[in-house]
Design a protein around this ligand. Structure first.
Ligand code: AMP
Length: 143
């Protein structure tokens, strides 16, 4: 992808200096049919804003706000009920990545973090991910 230097985001140990995740060096499992696994493996392009050994964050292809990023664990886990106790560090790490990106992008007026889990919640990609939305005011309750 022209204009995006993947290499500068690779091998970044962590999103935040005080996050003590333990994913370093792990081989994260992938699903060959999963679009986010393909993005993680750079088999399809994306606009990456952060990458470390546990997670990747990239721009949503169909943004619902001026800032709409997806924070995705490199380990393939289809839904929230797929996660195990062993995944606690990984799941917690997603929040540290969100916090780090929010600070870098100066999202001082607020941001919304969303996980759509399951069909009725509107999940369309079955690889757990955190939406990070900002740049406009959001309604509550959500639609
Ligand atoms: P969800 O509906 O919560 O499962 O969210 C999936 C999100 O992935 C949607 O907001 C899509 O716009 C987004 N998406 C799907 N394919 C891609 C892609 N190739 N690159 C970036 N975002 C994508």
């Amino acid at each position: 992808m022209a204009g995006w230097e993947y290499s500068k985001f690779q091998n970044v140990p962590c999103a935040a200096e005080d996050c003590r995740h333990q994913g370093k060096g792990e081989t994260m499992n992938r699903d060959a049919n999963c679009i986010f696994c393909k993005i993680i493996d750079k088999k399809i392009p994306s606009k990456i804003v952060h990458e470390d050994d546990v997670a990747i964050a990239f721009e949503d292809v169909n943004p619902q706000a001026p800032v709409h990023l997806l924070i995705v664990p490199k380990k393939h886990m289809p839904e929230i009920h797929s996660i195990t106790v062993a995944d606690r560090e990984i799941i917690g790490h997603l929040f540290f990545v969100a916090r780090s990106i929010a600070a870098q992008k100066k999202l001082d007026h607020g941001y919304r973090m969303v996980i759509n889990n399951g069909r009725d919640a509107g999940q369309t990609v079955f690889h757990v991910h955190l939406h990070l939305l900002s740049g406009r005011a959001f309604h509550w309750p959500p639609g």
